[in-house]
Design a protein around this ligand. Sequence first.
Ligand SMILES: Nc1ncnc2c1ncn2[C@@H]1O[C@H](COP(=O)(O)OP(=O)(O)OP(=O)(O)O)[C@@H](O)[C@H]1O
Length: 773
Amino acid sequence: MPQSKVTVVLRARPTEKFASGNLQIIDDKTLQVRDSRLGGHHDHQFAFEQILHNVTQEKVYEVCGEDTVGSVLDGFNGTILAYGQTGAGKTFTMTGGKENFRSRGVIPRVLHKLFAEIKARMTSNTTVRVSYLEIYNELCYDLLDLTTQPSEIAIMEDAKDHVYIKGLRTPVVENESEALGLLFEGETNRMIGEHQLNMESSRSHTIFTILLETQAGKEGDPLVVAKLNLVDLAGSERVSKTKSEGQVLKEATQINKSLSFLEQVIVALSEKKRDHIPYRSSKLTHVLKDSLGGNCKTLMIACIWGEAAQLDETVSTCRFAQRMRCVANDYSINTRQDPAALLRRYEQEVADLRQELALRDSMSGRAQVTYEPYTDAQRAELRASVRAFLEAKGDPHSIAPLQLQSVRQMQEILLLIKNLYLERTAAAGMGRSAQTLPAAAASARQPQPHSTAQRPFVPPHAGKANPDSFVGDLEGEEDQQMGLGVAPPDARPGQSSGAAGAASTSGREAGIGDFVCSAAPDTGPASSSTPAPDRKQAFEDYKKGPGAVKLQLLTDNKAKLKLAKRRAKELGLSINAIKQQMDALKDQGTDTPRSETQDDSPATKDSSSQERLRELKAQYRDQYAELQVVKSEVPYTQQLCEQCTQELVLEFDTWYQQQYGVHELTGTFEDLQASLDDPAHIHAGFSQGSLDSAGLRSSLRKPEKAQKVATVIDIEARAAAETGQEDEARAFYKAQTKLQQRGAAGGAAAISPVKRKTLGPNTTFGGMQRGLG
Ligand SMILES: Nc1ncnc2c1ncn2[C@@H]1O[C@H](COP(=O)(O)OP(=O)(O)OP(=O)(O)O)[C@@H](O)[C@H]1O
């Protein structure tokens, strides 16, 4: 498998205060950082695949994006990842300025190139899907569908340990403009906040994924599949500089924490002897597992802000970048078999071959030959022929042979003959045993305790078998279909199938048809003849004995889950009530005409209302923050409950089988699960009256930027039309206009095309008020 190290490119955000005394770009691959603040000089040299300073968005795309598109279309996974301190230009690099065609970032340019390339390749049939994941405060959100709950989104791994995300929408996009539309829509749904270093700081990590499936060969051939992750990480921040407080501070803590997990993974990957890589320590590292040390070509854009005041952050970004350069990825073309297409192809092949066969048969006068499975009537007819053949007296060479017509018919004949042979051998063997060991032969007809593996072959009417008379006994054997009457290996008393079971109790004369390869009845475990108790009953006993510890764990987890749900419900109700009070206060403020005759003066009333409103806002904020925490506990605990239940049932089944020598379980998982579930607790989800998370998130988003986003009809987009970028500009402009129209038509109800501000003093509470109002 080819291997390559992660490519790392440095991009410096333009600034008038570039610290040229500290930062020296030695050549287009080397940056020297001189830190003289601690007295003396500390020089660090950092190497990159390329340094991009004062370059256009187009140049960034050429260096970082262009090759990736071709490679993804060839079936290699790709990742482009922007990393760096807050405000260093990650979002600008990846998405770019939405209002401005010229400043569009890597993602829109990749989309353009991708569709242009698909069109140019023509030979293949490619399906493009996109998804947009946001990881905010360690919870996953679908930026293309805010109604999806974080608990419905799960990071999974397939049989080959490749990561995929369950529960995330992955709509098919037919063209560039549709894909851009989803990108812009997702962008407006991102969580952003405001602090000292960035007025629109991304408070979450986002991954825009393009999934490709190409049918390169004929139907049924493996599909070439690949995914391209375009990652905009939240920026690391020093809260002393950003002056974050409240919710923004909490977010910063989460962001820094998840970036340090990312760093731990990178450190582990760059150490050759490490065999455990802690991918599962955070959602971000788990989602990026394929991109970091996996099957993927990965490129990182390290974004820096080259001012003296940001020197520490620049050094730490460069250090991280150096570690990243040591990470090696293996990559190979990915293929996937589409079972439905393969089936369609085989069906077609079978149909073609049948037609061919029918044509050949009719040309050679064999029109009556059938290739379908034998019916009972056909089988009876064949049996009669075989019988006639076997019973015919005289010189075997002069007997008229059976007319062979098809492979299927030959198989039927061989099965008939094999069955007769087996029965005859068995009958002969029993005849001998009966002479030497009469007691053993007699006991073989009795139920014996033994393990399935040691079960002897027991003809039920051994003593009566007459090897010479078997042909006549073919009659009445229809039901068994030549040995299909074999009793299942774990047949229990009264369950032996076909003639074997019946014959063992009937005492009628033995017939050849009765001699089937039947196991003797299974009466219990290898070591004991105790019959197995009912599985459900046994489960009850198990829960009091060997399963007691696990059951206790399950009970504890269920109690925790119940508590968390109850608290979430209380908080939901309380938040709703607070909101109603806030609305009422606001209405009073605007609707009630003020009267001079009232006891309290308007000024006093006004200030007490303001005071009350402030209190309510504070309560709202605190309870909302608590609700977030409580709600993140629910899916986790629920998962623990489900895991405990599963383990308890599986461990019980193993125990039950060993204890009672049972080989095949009669009940289902659900039978036993039902006795553990309290459906009201486990599956109820959030109760009515509580706010669901999507509802709550939506209620906090506001339609503030939709107009701005698309009212700017970009002159450059039109200019581009004259400079050969017409298609690209048109797609970009179309996607923006669509978003604008949806925003204008839906207002607050069409909540998706809005930008959302999170709570917190730095983001101004007015943002939240507008969202609620
Ligand atoms: N190369 C650039 N050219 C012009 N403007 C830029 C450039 N890089 C960044 N900016 C501007 O700097 C500001 C911050 O950039 P951006 O939001 O992309 O930073 P970020 O690294 O994503 O920050 P955060 O981590 O806080 O989200 C934006 O106003 C952006 O337009």
